[in-house]
Design a protein around this ligand. Sequence first.
Ligand code: AHR
Length: 490
Amino acid sequence: MKAKLTLNKSNIIAQIDDRLYGSFIEHLGRAVYGGIYQPGQKTADDMGFRKDVLDLVRKLNVPIVRYPGGNFVSGYNWEDGTGPKEKRPRKLELAWSTIETNQVGIDEFQEWAKRADTDIMMAVNLGTRGADEARQLVEYCNLDTDTYYADLRRKNGFEKPFGIKLWCLGNEMDGPWQICHLTAQEYARKACEAAKVMKWTDPSIELVACGSSHKDMPTFGEWERTVLRECYENIDYISLHNYYGNRNDDTPGYLAQAVNMDAFIRTVADICDEIKAEKKSDKTVNLSFDEWNVWFHSNEQDKQIPRWSIAPHQLEDIYNFEDALVVGSLLITLINHSDRVKIACLAQLVNVIAPIMTNDDGCWLQTIFYPFMHASVYGRGKAVSIDIACDTYDTEELKKVPYVTAAATENEAGEITVFAVNRSLEDSAKIEGNGFDGMKLISHTVLNCDDMKAVNSYEDPEHIVPAELPVADKVVLPAHSWNVLRYTKA
Ligand code: AHR
């Protein structure tokens, strides 16, 4: 197969917001307990944080981590995770039918974030709670005043405010599974009032309102319109969530899923602009795709988990090679929409639908770790428009899916990185590059495997790892592969 990639260097999509490569840690399964935090584990530091995990999170170069949920946040009392650990309550956690010990809360997580060189995207509970507790949490985290919640933080040992700049107004409040699910109008009012008092408490914060939990929600569209009409001037972003999976074992159809992400982003951006026009506003509301990933492998086994377990093996998808190609193509889509998508969070980071897995002895990397790391490390700077002319295929759901999908970025030194997925299961793609004059290819990294279902494991952690291809005059993307092509000025 031939594919023509035309790099339009003068056509810059956007300066990519670093937060496009965010991730997510929820109090769920073994993300926190046994994941980032495990006192007594051989690599645990003075606060019980696993240094082996911290090293890997730093390697991923994650700029921001959403916390503490997810569905969890809609029943969470943030005060439970502050102050002396021996006084913290054990509570029933209704989102995931587990027991929460509260040994980690914002007091600890803000310290973990510092050690991981990352920022926090903090979610407030708009399920069982509301504006009052949300503004109190903003005060606890961000204020230097001589007032009750700022003083409480000092009493708990933290003189300086945590300085959390990005906040989510609840989580997936459109979903009936959410603790205290709301209708669009109910959520819109609640979010609007919470937003006002949170910003009155700290005007420097940015706020993300809940959009739809996924593109096929029955209320998708009207939910966004209702929320934006009510909250437009008080919020900065609206969220998108979507998980993808190969439930019917239809690999060509599965590899095409990024086309759905693309349509989802375009539709939400259009709705934001429709409400902007309706309101005659100068302000643009941008998008926060703050939960995205593959999630389906663990669905059946999770039904067996006994209720009221503590940190069970939950949502522990083991990702195969084709999942890595899907994650790569989703990253390409996010980069190509970086003019509107300013924040995105790979959900999640450790053990729970995650690139990093742990056991008591150590860590291992899932297949999806690699495309995420490549994009996070090399995909900073500007997103440059790239056109692709190549053969297409039809799936049960979609017509004319291009075999090759790609995105390009340019860093401050003028180096170009092209990320490309070849979706063809049979054919390699010979690339004809246009617009690369004056550029020299310096490396071609590829993730490829004959077995689409092959996985990594603790016992065989390097079964699927990236390889360097020889730098050739003619670039060829192998069949079913993730590729990172790096160019410098000749
Ligand atoms: O990431 C797992 C769950 O998926 C989150 O808790 C929820 O927000 C979403 O449905």
